[in-house]
Design a protein around this ligand. Structure first.
Ligand SMILES: [Zn+2]
Length: 206
C-alpha cells in the first residue's frame, strides 16, 4: 500500500517528527511530534490530525504533543510503561539535558491497548522494543513495509542506554526481533536518515 510520509526535522536535538497519511485522505497521523510545534503546524498545512503516536517518552519527541492534541482534539498514545515519563521532567530527560526543570503543557495520553492500532486508514502493529526506555515501541505498517523505530534503531546505530529505564540486554533482544522483519522494510528513525532492516541487520551478530 502506498502511503505519504513527511519528515519534519525539529528542535535542538534534531529529532524527526513524521506526518503519515493515506493519499487522498485529509487526515493524518503524527508519529513523535517533536518539540517544535510551530514548524510541525506549518508542515501539516490543511491536514487534520487524527492521532498522535509516541514511540517513547523522551522530552525531545513529545513536547509538541500537548499543543498538537489541543489544536486538533486528537488522542495521544504511548506505551503504559513510558506513560510516567510524559509529565516528569526528571525522568524524560529534560532536566538532565536542558539544565532546567521547567514544565510544558501537560500531556494527556492513553496507553496502547494490545498490539495493534488502526487510525486514519493506517493499520499499525505496535511492537514492544524496550532498551532505550522501558516502554519504547516501534510502529510498524506491514501493508506499507514501513517501520517508525523511534530511538531504538537508527541508521548505523541504536539508542542510548544510559537514560532512565535503559537496558542493554533488552535492547539486544529488541533489535533481534526487529531484524526478523522483511529486509526491504523501510526504517524511519527518531534521529538521522532513513535506512532499511536489510541494511541494518548485517551490521550485527544477533
Ligand atoms: Zn529517546
Amino acid at each position: 500500500m502506498n502511503i505519504e510520509i513527511v519528515r519534519v526535522l525539529c528542535g535542538l536535538i534534531q529529532e524527526n517528527a513524521y506526518i503519515v497519511a493515506v493519499p487522498g485522505r485529509d487526515d493524518c497521523v503524527v508519529v513523535d511530534p517533536g518539540d517544535e510545534y510551530p514548524k510541525l503546524k506549518r508542515a501539516l498545512g490543511e491536514r487534520r490530525v487524527g492521532a498522535i503516536l509516541l514511540t517513547h517518552g523522551h522530552f525531545d519527541h513529545i513536547m509538541a504533543a500537548g499543543p498538537l492534541a489541543a489544536a486538533y482534539g486528537a488522542p495521544v498514545y504511548v506505551s503504559a510503561a513510558d506513560m510516567e515519563m510524559l509529565n516528569d521532567a526528571a525522568i524524560n530527560g529534560y532536566t538532565g539535558l536542558m539544565g532546567g526543570g521547567t514544565c510544558w503543557p501537560r500531556i494527556g495520553a492513553a496507553p496502547y491497548a494490545g498490539g495493534a492500532l488502526s487510525v486514519c486508514g493506517l493499520d499499525f502493529t505496535i511492537l514492544s522494543t524496550p532498551g532505550h526506555s522501558r516502554g519504547s515501541v516501534c510502529l510498524y505498517l506491514p501493508d506499507a513495509a514501513a517501520l517508525f523505530s523511534g530511538d531504538t534503531l537508527f541508521c548505523a546505530g541504536y539508542g542510548r542506554l544510559d537514560l532512565h529505564g535503559g537496558n542493554l540486554a533488552d535492547m539486544l533482544s529488541s533489535l533481534k526481533a526487529l531484524f526478523a522483519l522483511p529486509a526491504d522494510t523501510a526504517v524511519y528513525p527518531g534521529h538521522g536518515g532513513n535506512t532499511t532492516i536489510g541494511e541494518e541487520r548485517v551490521r550485527y551478530r544477533l
